[in-house]
Design a protein around this ligand. Sequence first.
Ligand code: PLP
Length: 486
Amino acid sequence: MTLARREDAHEAVLPFATADLLGEAPPSDSLRLEQRYGNGDLFKVLEILGVAGPLRVESPWELRDERGRHLIHAAGYAAVPFGERYPPLLEFVDAYLGKSRELGLPQQSAGAWRAALEANLVSLLAHVAPSHADSRVIFANSGAEAIESAIKLARAARPKARSFVNFAAGYHGKTHGALALTPNPEYQDPFLPLSPRTLTLPYGDLDAFEDALARHGDDIAAVVVEPVQGEGGVITPPPGFLAGLGEAARKHGVLVIADEIQSGLGRTGEWFASVAAGLDPDIVTLAKPLGGGLVPVGATLARASIYRAMLAGFASKRHSSTFAGGSLAMAVALRSLEIIAQEGLVTKAREDGRYALERLRQIQARHPRFIEEARGAGMLFGIKVRPVVGKLPFGARRLIPFDDDTLGQLAGVLGMRALHLGGVHACVSLNSARTVRLTPALNLPRPLLDEMLTRVEAVAQGHGRAWTMLTRFPLPRLIQLARLSG
Ligand SMILES: Cc1ncc(COP(=O)(O)O)c(C=O)c1O
């Protein structure tokens, strides 16, 4: 089926009908439409790599690509906690749509779903971090927007301090303020100077942080830290770093923002990875799994004193967003937290993650010329592939139309392609060029987890050395890619 053009008057300006998309067969021209009307070059790159889809859902954990290839779903950037179309979540959404009589966007009135989610989130955090019993919540529509709230809260609470400490390879989003905290020149350069001002330190280096506090403590509003760096390539800091960071910050009155958008709510085998590591953050940001893989929801939790510095009295309308706190999003988030708790997915992620990391490490040890390092934290895995340049056979290098830098960037992308061809839908890392990530559902059944690992090993075995991902890539397509790289 192709998406039909409609002839009627209103349909002439709205050429595509929802009924077409609800049909059984996948719309065959959606990739062309994406290329024509959306982020065209991104979809051209994905098409050249042979991974553009569209993909269809076979079970919550299995997909089928446009060529009929069976894939185990390990992508979703850690935002798909139960897989796709998970029946308990779908049944709940049906019940919500059928029964709830709440306003869709209860902006000027109390809303039952929002109130319940506020209470549950604070209770969940206070259960492990009792100092948060008085905390409050601001909702948002994305992770980046939750970070924007955190920036404003910290600035309002420490009005004389203008700077933030962030960490190399950290990722906090791409809206203007969040981008300032995401120290990657590829994303930042066209938009410099960014605000807030940042002091970027090596991740895991407590001495460097203490030194920065000693020199600039009065000007630092907050330090923003991922308890495990996700987009940075699944990096866990050294033991004691997070607890030490919290202690040092407190001595200087500097606020701590734990960005748990990727690490939190079970992904790394903890409800809050920061708290589990001994940090008692002042502000916590959440998003990804909170939306159950279905709706966008972000949340920023902050101690009452910090919250009130920004939102008190008539200034309580100082921060808002039309859609944030909408009932459907709140309801799905409530149910998602409930499913994580009822199905014991935090513990399952910890145990399955430990098992799978052990197997990934064995695979790495058997194929060290393909995989440089296997990393993991719960059900968040990073496979760092070897460079695809440097050891190319004599003569092959000059055939390849890229400079070494661009080729270096391609390693992770080629790794993601190799896994796709081998039946695993993986994701790249936005701040670590050579790391492919696997972020399967927290409830992935064990046989599928095993099958995923078997497929990863088959890909490593089939390639032997990482650079073969490049030499086996069809040259005409490589030239097309080179044109797009500018
Ligand atoms: C730790 C962290 N913070 C913030 C974000 C930004 O979230 P979003 O993409 O929903 O804006 C991400 C996204 O990957 C993330 O991993």
